[in-house]
Design a protein around this ligand. Sequence first.
Ligand SMILES: [Zn+2]
Length: 431
Amino acid sequence: MQVRGEEFPAFAASLRLPESCRGTRDRAVSAGRETLSTLYRDAALADAHSPTLQLGVSMLVEGGRIAWIRPADSEEDPGDAEVIDAGGTTIVPGMVDCHSHLTLPGGSHWIERIGDTPEQLLRHAEHNAKLQTHAGVRWARDVGAPIGVDPVDGRERALSLGLRDRWRGHADYPYVRAAGTWVTRAGTLPAGLTAEAEDADELLGLSLEQLDDGADLVKLYLDGPDPDTAPWTANEVRRVVSAAHDRGAKVTAHAGRLSGSRVCAEAGVDCIEHGFELDEDCARLMAERRIALVSTLTVLKSWTSFARTTRIERFASPEGRKRVAERWEAARHSIRLAHAAGVLLGAGTDFGGGSARANQLAWEVEALTEAGLEPWEALASVTWKAGEILGEPEAGQIHEGGPGDFFLIHGDPLSDLSALWRVWRVAWAAR
Ligand SMILES: [Zn+2]
């Protein structure tokens, strides 16, 4: 049964922006076309391309683009720009959460929440958008949403796709690239919420169906019902990769275990998500074939915290704690191997699809330094390197002529990444 938004006007209205937000949004949108300009005066700048913090930087944003960046003591005439005294702050490029699940809220009951109704899932997404944009996250790469009938547009497909379309052009919402739903081997995840393939032909068909539905990329699920055996062969996955590439789309794959990561590396997917158990061979193959890795160490950080905040056996019992600690060790080792091999490394929280929340990307950046990355390298993984994985060269970049998408924090994130939690304000263009 199709349920259309017009038949539920009250609900459809509840998903629109509150009146109080519209003025801000309209001004920001009009800033994209008119000459409204803002000068951020005398900040520090961490662009994530080097370990050096630049001091005394002024930046003029005009019509949503960065018009110029100058030393604060030799600014050009900013005309009638609004002047923001940014003294004591650090400007950081808008971050990219490379592994998001916008429709899901996360928390220790994250798995149950996947069964929420489409109406509830869209409300979670509205909340997540606010959490992300206030935490300095500009881009969300959504790598899996439940299928349902969207109460606003009436279409039955992955619920992330309608959100992406409705949020486009609004400065108060993240820019979204969405994979549609997870394409799984039947029997892996709870029935009825994902695209479940019984065989390789269905794997290909359902993957292309996501693209037909409007997905920007394909998300395969390479953990199977048996955790030690990959659910598909490299040849079977390669068919999907080649068909998706023919249509100009990338393929990424969830692979928590080594078995799935190996198949992905052999099949030449574009990206592996999680990669908690890579070995040296797999990391080398990924580097050779330019297969990116998206780390989600936050999953394990979050589970570790549940040992103290919940009574859930798998986290709180002595055996549970031990298992999580072992997986955390293995995951950090994997990141070290991938980094040493030269794999393009992006990062995300896995919020919603895992137990983290949408405003916790700073946690992932901190975790990457615990795996051995320098702070500037970890910051690069949630800014411009993540932009490369998205295929969006302007994402996570600050340069003259580029989009005015950045946020201002207190502290030097190139020596102490906890500064990323101390967001003072965000400056978002709209497009
Ligand atoms: Zn996920």
